[in-house]
Design a protein around this ligand. Structure first.
Ligand SMILES: NC(=O)C1=CN([C@@H]2O[C@H](COP(=O)(O)OP(=O)(O)OC[C@H]3O[C@@H](n4cnc5c(N)ncnc54)[C@H](OP(=O)(O)O)[C@@H]3O)[C@@H](O)[C@H]2O)C=CC1
Ligand SMILES: CC(C)(CO)C(=O)C(=O)O
Length: 353
């Protein structure tokens, strides 16, 4: 079975290289600088000390387009619509398309364009980053010249359950590799549960510090908890059951986040079991001057709330701040106390920048 990673970046390179290691026939479509790294070879590492050099990775470009059995769409949400024409050249009538985006709605864009194909949603629970030289572990740098994709947190790659067994052999291969995969029948619930965690991406981008350091500050946690309350309210009104994706059930997370620091540190050990350097994908987007996925994350909650007549003022305020951050009106990091005052009491005089 042939697999194509379409839009190989942090997630695509990591997942695709794990597939290659597992013996899967996988090719990559990537931007030129990433293609050069892939063709040279990659170093895969993870937060638990896993380390493997992966070579002989195969890239394709649009001039070599042909249908693949499975196409993994690993571009950002904002790149899904603009990618559709190029994607079409790799999609045949039996191609399965895997949508690996965070947030809600990217699969719908793909389904509308490819109504006769099987389009499956994929939930990526873990964080991957292309380690920059100054971040890379010096031991790793000494022995590898390869670009280092580092997985900074745990989790099983979840694929929407389908009623064919076309992926059975692939799943078996993968589950003996560095990447665990599983099928999920409640994919809508799972996407909302992951979305609940990703609501903190925007706070992380505004805080401009690693996730772990952000979670150590209660005022940031209070804002994230309030964003989550709104999502939980909207999800409940739609009767969406949220499976557990973190160490604590979704409904309990806002309570844990609101605990005083000393109790939070005691109880949230597993929540804090992430690399101290991990930052969210939205922080990276802002850093790289790219459009953020805010409309597919907090924006998705706000729109679902609107449709139900449920106001989501906290998500609304955060969306406005991210938009200011993107267009350069808001400069520098927002401290935890500033953000709390601004978002939770909506007092704009409390913000610098
Ligand atoms: N990184 C992470 O830790 C996690 C990310 N996710 C989600 O996974 C998805 C992918 O994120 P991530 O891997 O970080 O994103 P990246 O930006 O690292 O990777 C996407 C890559 O696709 C490229 N691309 C876009 N359009 C095309 C095209 N038409 N042809 C070829 N290449 C293209 C982009 O290039 P360019 O930028 O030049 O357009 C970029 O290199 C997002 O929805 C994200 O939220 C989920 C969990 C964790
Ligand atoms: C894994 C997590 C929640 C944090 O890195 C993420 O999905 C992201 O950065 O977008």
């Amino acid at each position: 079975m042939s697999h194509l990673i379409f839009g190989a970046g942090q997630i695509g390179c990591f997942i695709g290289a794990c597939m290659h290691e597992a013996g899967v026939d996988v090719s990559f479509l990537a931007r030129r600088h990433i293609k050069a790294m892939l063709e040279h070879g990659l170093l895969l590492t993870d937060y638990q000390g896993y380390r493997s050099e992966v070579t002989h990775l195969q890239c394709v470009d649009t001039t070599q387009a042909r249908p693949f059995d499975v196409v993994w769409l690993t571009v950002k949400c904002t790149a899904v619509q603009p990618s559709l024409d190029e994607l079409a050249a790799f999609v045949g009538q039996d191609t399965i398309i895997m949508c690996c985006q965070n947030g809600l709605g990217s699969d719908q864009i793909v389904r509308e364009r490819f109504p006769n194909n099987q389009v499956l949603r994929v939930m990526v629970p873990f964080n991957v980053v292309l380690q920059e030289n100054e971040q890379a572990n010096s031991q790793v740098r000494e022995v590898s010249k390869f670009a280092n994709y580092h997985r900074g947190s745990e989790g099983t790659l979840c694929i929407e359950k389908n009623h064919s067994d076309r992926l059975a052999a692939w799943m078996k291969l993968m589950n003996s590799s560095c990447l665990d995969v599983a099928e999920e029948s409640n994919m809508t619930g799972l996407q909302w549960a992951k979305l609940q965690l990703n609501l903190g991406n925007s706070v992380n981008a505004l805080a401009d510090i690693p996730v772990k350091a952000m979670l150590m500050q209660r005022n940031y946690r209070l804002v994230i908890a309030s964003l989550m309350d709104e999502l939980l309210n909207v999800a409940q009104s739609q009767h969406i059951q949220l499976p557990k994706v973190a160490s604590v059930k979704g409904h309990w997370i806002p309570y844990v986040l609101r605990l005083p620091d000393i109790l939070f540190k005691l109880l949230a050990n597993k929540m804090l079991a992430i690399d101290p350097t991990v930052r969210t994908s939205m922080w990276w987007d802002i850093k790289n001057g790219k459009p953020t996925e805010i409309q597919y994350l907090n924006g998705a909650v706000e729109r679902a709330g609107q449709a139900l007549g449920i106001a989501c003022p906290i998500n609304n305020a955060i969306i406005a701040l991210i938009s200011k951050k993107q267009n350069g009106e808001l400069k520098g990091a927002i401290s935890a106390s500033e953000l709390r005052k601004y978002v939770l009491s909506n007092d704009s005089s409390k913000l610098n920048g």
